[in-house]
Design a protein around this ligand. Structure first.
Ligand code: MV4
Length: 456
């Protein structure tokens, strides 16, 4: 026995399912894959020790179908479930059902997921714990008049956010009372439709912020450590496309401050598992807590490469009640890493998805180059799921070397049969604003306007 688990079921698909299988294998833990009818030929099915079909292509009937996944887990004799990201990873109900059936959910407790999933409650909790949060309402705002009165005291612009939201859904910016009256009602209606709750809260709107997130690990024995930050400002419609660690905007001093804030916040809720504290960094260098993600994230590899840590293996060890074997002072970044998310989509046609058969695939290698993906030459990308078909991650001695290595690697990428965003990545990597680290969450939107003008 490895002292961990005998058999882990992976309740996910795509590159993250494969990533989890690799971590399990290194830990001598057996793996059980689940897949939809559309994913029969995916690498996670091939490389797991066993695989169960859990339903047809639509996620609601397969990767989100709790009874089907629980049946597979019990039938396979799994003793733990890794949820990956997305799908069931932040469903308190699923964590609860796992525990009820005697299976370990590789993540935080159901109560922690619920608490941190309510963004308004999470913010209040962090405020009490001494973590800087964006100034705003004291919890939810139940009436439009209250919203307007509050904004008058606070000053415009403000932003209305759904308590059950996150990731950008159900948000409305208001620059005056009239916009707020409209935005407040719209945000509530949208939140009700999207999340089944119309509870909203209000914050001061921060102009041109950076999105910086801090990676933490917390075990069941009271140890919490952080692994610095990731710069995640390059996004479109709340979908990140390039991430890097460390952020060119974060000094060693700021890293230590944000790290300590993240650790304090996680400790305040007795957190366990890997987790991410999302912050906004304003133009004056002040940072504010926004939300906490209770899952492994897509962009975790940049942290892994810079800190030499395997975050997925750490998640599994933590879930098996093992103690973190190191202290904060032993955790030091070694230079720089950048991740490009490769998507099957056409950036020149409003990012329309481009599913289909990959007729030929060549992926770069070499020193400091990592490729996390479930695809191969001949693989068919399904229209049912996210268009991301792989992540190219490059490490360098410094940011400049990481950028040069990524540019070199992107030149070697050869994907035929589908449209991809490789050209857009090359364009961003060659942009002087990116090279200068001069970016905010507004960057991509503005850069795309210029790029399309240049493309004619
Ligand atoms: C904000 C903000 C400015 N001020 N909150 C977007 C996702 C969700 N997690 C919160 N978001 C924002 N909250 C205040 N008070 C700007 C955003 C925002 C954003 C944040 C991170 C990355 C990209 C973004 C794009 C647009 C808006």
């Amino acid at each position: 026995m490895n002292g961990l688990f005998r058999r882990v079921l992976i309740a996910n698909r795509g590159e993250i399912a494969l990533r989890i299988i690799r971590a399990c294998r290194e830990l001598s833990v057996e793996t059980v894959a689940v897949y939809s009818e559309a994913d029969r030929d995916s690498l996670h099915v091939r490389f797991a020790d066993r695989a169960f079909c859990v339903g047809p292509a639509p996620s609601t009937r397969s990767y989100l179908d709790i009874p089907n996944i629980m049946s597979a887990a019990l039938l396979a004799g799994a003793d733990a479930i890794h949820p990956g990201y997305g799908y069931l990873s932040e469903r308190a109900e699923f964590a609860d059902i796992c525990e009820t059936h005697g299976l370990t959910f590789i993540g935080p407790t159901a109560d922690q997921i619920s608490l941190l999933g309510d963004k308004s409650v999470a913010k209040e909790t962090m405020l009490k714990a001494g973590v800087p949060v964006v100034p705003g309402s004291d919890g939810p705002v139940a009436r439009q008049d209250d919203a307007v009165a509050l904004a008058r005291d606070m000053g415009y612009p403000v932003i209305v956010k759904a308590s059950a939201g996150g990731g950008g859904k159900g948000m409305r910016v208001a620059r005056n009372a009239e916009e707020l009256a409209r935005g407040y009602t719209l945000a509530r209606t949208e939140a009700q439709a999207a999340f089944g709750s119309d509870e909203v809260y209000i914050e001061k709107f921060i102009e041109r912020p950076r999105h910086i997130e801090v990676q933490i690990l917390a075990d069941n024995h009271g140890h919490v450590v952080h692994f610095g930050e990731r710069e995640c400002s390059i996004q479109r419609r709340h979908q990140k496309i390039i991430e890097e660690a460390p952020s060119p905007a974060v000094s060693e001093r700021l890293r230590s401050q944000m790290g300590q804030a993240a650790v304090k916040g996680a400790a305040a809720v007795n957190y366990r598992n890997a987790g991410t504290m999302e912050f906004l960094l304003d133009e004056d260098g002040k940072f504010y807590f926004m939300e906490m993600n209770t899952r492994i994230q897509v962009e975790h590899p940049v942290t892994e490469m810079v800190y030499g840590v395997d975050l997925v293996k750490e998640q599994i060890r933590i879930a098996a009640e093992m103690e973190l074997g190191y202290e904060q002072s032993q955790i030091q970044p070694i230079s720089h890493a950048i991740e490009c998310r490769l998507n099957a989509e056409d950036p020149d046609k409003k990012f329309i998805p481009s599913p289909g058969r990959i007729d030929f695939l060549h992926i770069p290698g070499g020193h400091g180059v990592r490729w996390d993906s479930h695809v191969y030459s001949g693989y068919v990308i399904s229209p049912y799921y996210d268009p991301m078909f792989g992540k190219l991650i490059c490490w360098g001695m410094d940011r400049e070397e990481a950028i040069l290595r990524m540019q070199s690697a992107l030149r070697e990428v050869d994907v035929r049969g589908i449209r991809t965003n490789v050209g857009l990545h090359q364009w961003i990597l060659a942009d002087s604003r990116f090279a200068g680290g001069d970016i905010s969450t507004k960057y991509l939107e503005e850069a795309l306007v210029e790029r399309s003008a240049a493309h004619g």
